[in-house]
Design a protein around this ligand. Sequence first.
Ligand code: ZN
Ligand code: ZN
Length: 361
Amino acid sequence: MRDNLHKRLAALREHILEADIDALVITNPTNRRYISGFTGSAGILLVNATCAFLATDFRYYEQAPSQAPAFSLKKGGNEIAKLLPQMLDDMHASRVGFESVHLSYADYQTYIQAAPQVEWVPTTGLVEDLRVSKDGAELDLIRQAVALTDTAFTEVTPQFKQGMTEREAAWLLESFMRVHGAEQMAFDIIVAGGPNGAMPHAHPSDAPLLRGQPIVIDMGARVQGYDADMTRTICLGPTDNTFREIYAIVLRAQQAATAALRPQMSGKEVDTIARQIITEAGYGDYFGHSLGHGAGLDIHERPRLSQSSSEILKPGNTVTIEPGIYLPGWGGIRIEDFAVITETGCEVLTKASKEASIPGT
Ligand code: ZN
Ligand code: ZN
């Protein structure tokens, strides 16, 4: 892991050079963790060609040096921004980048007041450009998170019964993942039966699971910061004709996009492959979200697989492939796998069964 952190810092320094700035302030918690290893909730990184500072508050003086050995700890008490003038002075920095997408206006004001002598330069995506290609250490953790998610689905869903509430079902999945090593959920689990499943991001409710209805289950474990993301749609007991028809279309769209997925395609091209199949089957208006997204330290990150994504896919990118059809009043069907782009195509990490009908009594 330490080797990976050194490589990330070296790569960031190249980006800083290319961006024509002397130093970069990193305030986004995920970017801060990715570059330094520090997982605390407060702190700023300041990086230039030769120095790397981590300024944080009293709560983290113990944890910061062990998590972020490449960074010099700066003790900021309750006002970290007050350290800026001295740190920037030590670096002889005059053009200092900040993360324009992440720094709040109020914090920006604090920074420019604390260090008015430097030119503050808005930057975007300097760290995200690195995060989009996962290194070996990251892929190991992602594989663990995906495998745990698969196991939870396989072990727990046979316990689902008619009359069990969505919330109860979600809790069974969550508790299995926590007991078996998830530090937390990647996001709130979705269990949405019948009409509730027509809302792609429904919250589990008191509604009972019923035989014959589509039940959308979207879940993911988080392991050492890395998120899994998987959706399956199941049915307690036999499926009806509508279920089978819609399910087959969604599955076909997912399989076609997966088979095509490879480096050098754009996010839009992949989205189009799945969207065309669903549109030609007459359900284009009922697939309102994008095909997929990157995932890693954040559950939604680059690259996006959507009509508005011109990003070119590269080996080491992770993506979800999750087409869906949502019919108001009836329910939804979504199937989502987690894949990593390889040199020649993609490897689907998700292994959970796509057999929709489970016995459930
Ligand atoms: Zn999902
Ligand atoms: Zn997803």
